[in-house]
Design a protein around this ligand. Structure first.
Ligand code: AMP
Ligand code: ZN
Ligand code: FE
Ligand code: FE
Length: 283
């Protein structure tokens, strides 16, 4: 069976593989298609696109936008955008400025509780990519402030924790509109991260997003169990949303997640790519 991975991160955001290395790993893993979906940036796409030409891997350009939501974490994936669309570029610039303003706030909060980290240390870890909380978490581990990245998030970096500063400036509707404005296909990422506690609660969110122009639902995902995957597949069917899937591979930044395989039991059928491509015509 042909398989794919439609959710991956590179050094353009908080993944540890360069876009080229990621494409090479996708080829080695025998994936038929891979999408690069870095957080709030398209800066890794061109390198991945060029690298894919030397392989049999079909490259799909993507992005993952963080959006404001009252519950859990909501991320919106976008596929096939025109990367040069002025409206899309302007929104990415705005989001990146918001990120750049946020990092010093987090560092100031950490300093105020006796856990200093310098911007230089973060830049070193980010290797020229966009700096995010995972880099700060890794710096905290290296400094011995915490034992692990997840402890850094739990004690200091997650929403409501001691050194948390907000980042998202887009509403879900704005994210959907800017993706579609650039002729891309908007897909709700990893619904489990919304932390809903019933099917009805998730359905209400999906229904509202559909009214805003949502076109797909990431049903296959590393952290979804079979029951949750089935529930997502049912919602995708009911709301006529494209079924997609991805591992959310980050390389060494999330060592337990393998490209195309998630925690080991994830398989994403290539039919997801075909459906996405079909949806593209309806943007
Ligand atoms: P940022 O974009 O800077 O807000 O950071 C978001 C990134 O942090 C995403 O890649 C998440 O996978 C990661 N992340 C969020 N919460 C946690 C957590 N509790 N443990 C480890 N990584 C996390
Ligand atoms: Zn990430
Ligand atoms: Fe995400
Ligand atoms: Fe992601």
């Amino acid at each position: 069976m042909k398989t794919c991975d439609l959710h991956t991160h590179t050094t353009a955001s908080d993944g540890s593989d360069t876009p080229r290395a990621l494409i090479e790993k996708a080829a080695e893993a025998g994936l038929s298609a891979v999408a690069v979906t870095d957080h709030d940036t398209t800066s890794g796409l061109e390198e991945a696109r060029q690298a894919a030409k030397a392989t049999d891997v079909e490259f799909i350009p993507g992005v993952e936008l963080s959006v404001n939501f009252h519950k859990g974490n909501m991320h919106m994936l976008g596929y096939f955008m025109d990367e040069n669309d002025p409206g899309f570029k302007a929104v990415l610039d705005r989001v990146q400025r918001a990120r750049a303003e946020r990092n010093p706030k987090i560092l100031a909060l950490l300093e105020s509780i006796g856990k200093p980290i310098s911007m230089e240390e973060l830049e070193e870890l980010a290797q020229g990519g966009q700096i995010g909380r995972p880099h700060i978490a890794r710096a905290m581990v290296e400094k011995g402030y915490v034992k692990s990245v997840s402890q850094a998030f739990d004690k200091y970096l997650k929403r409501g924790a001691k050194a948390y500063a907000p980042k998202s400036i887009l509403s879900p509707k704005e994210a959907i509109e800017v993706i579609r404005g650039a002729r891309g296909v908007p897909v709700l990422a990893h619904p489990f991260s919304l932390l809903t506690t019933s099917q009805e609660e998730l359905e209400a969110i999906v229904s509202e997003l559909k009214d805003s122009g949502l076109m797909g639902l990431e049903c296959y995902y590393s952290e979804h169990d079979d029951a949750f995957t089935s529930m997502c597949l049912g919602l995708a069917k009911k709301y006529e949303l494209v079924v997609t899937g991805g591992s959310d591979y980050h390389g060494k930044a999330k060592p337990h997640i393998k490209l195309g395989r998630g925690k080991g039991n994830l398989t994403i059928p290539y039919t997801c790519v075909e459906s996405l491509e079909a949806a593209r015509a309806n943007v």
